[in-house]
Design a protein around this ligand. Structure first.
Ligand SMILES: [Zn+2]
Ligand SMILES: [Zn+2]
Length: 244
């Protein structure tokens, strides 16, 4: 199936030379999804930000805790995203599903290498993509978080595990829900299949978008309760800038 997709993609490249997925300008550098200009327009997240949830602060200065994190700690140790969510990133996330794995991986790797937010991360024992419910996975045929995990950690693929954290309820789409509704929706949505695999481990959780943090927090809760030592969260982008 994957092989067939690659053959089709190669044929399409011959007929239609690759173009930037956002502005459609013809691409000079092969293997990437975005042109130089669109790369340049991406808004990389930089300091100062909340040292826990990654909320971006205006101005200069060092990282510190935001009001939300001072009041109610999360189950994860820290969350970081490469970008603020915008039209280009939205398009990139959408296209990753159709562009073929190799092209998507190279683009994400380039983006990750240019980001400065990962310096706070420890070396993980395990890398866990936020799981989809089996029903949704069958329908979509693909979990973007797995692709992102491979792109973020190309040399540590043996640490990427998608057989540990299971999504047991098929939660409706979270878009348009408030933070409280999201938390309610996700209560008990995840469980750890084999707690012995996570006990005492440092884990990085991977997802595409950090919106209110409810999803990754619920995952982190399940992993913590199963005995994990520390959970860091890495997402491609951060939607808006509130962590309700
Ligand atoms: Zn472009
Ligand atoms: Zn915070």
């Amino acid at each position: 199936m994957i092989h067939l997709q690659k053959v089709i993609a190669a044929c399409l490249n011959l007929i239609f030379p690759p173009a930037c997925l956002y502005c459609r300008k013809k691409l000079q550098e092969s293997g990437l999804l975005l042109c130089e200009d669109c790369f340049g327009r991406l808004e990389f997240i930089k300091k100062p930000l909340c040292s826990c949830c990654g909320k971006v602060f205006l101005g200069s200065g060092g990282n510190h805790l935001c009001g939300t994190c001072l009041q109610s700690p999360w189950f994860f140790h820290q969350a970081r995203s490469l970008f603020i969510y915008d039209k280009i990133i939205a398009r990139l996330i959408y296209d990753l599903k159709y562009a073929g794995e190799t092209t998507g991986l190279e683009t994400i790797q380039k983006l990750k290498n240019e980001s400065t937010v990962l310096s706070d991360f420890m070396t993980p024992d395990l890398i866990i993509p936020v799981p989809l419910h089996l029903q949704r996975l069958r329908k979509r045929g693909f979990n973007q978080a797995v692709l992102l995990a491979k792109a973020f950690f190309p040399n540590e693929k043996e640490k990427i595990r998608f057989d540990i954290l299971i999504r047991k309820t098929n939660t409706p789409y979270q878009t348009g829900l408030s933070g409280k509704e999201r938390r309610q929706n996700l209560k008990g949505a995840f469980f750890v299949k084999n707690p012995e695999a996570v006990a005492g481990k440092n884990i990085v959780l991977i997802d595409d978008v950090f919106t209110t943090g409810s999803t990754v927090n619920e995952c982190a809760k399940a992993l913590k309760q199963a005995g994990a030592e520390r959970i860091d969260v890495l997402t491609l982008c951060r939607a808006g800038n509130n962590n309700v």
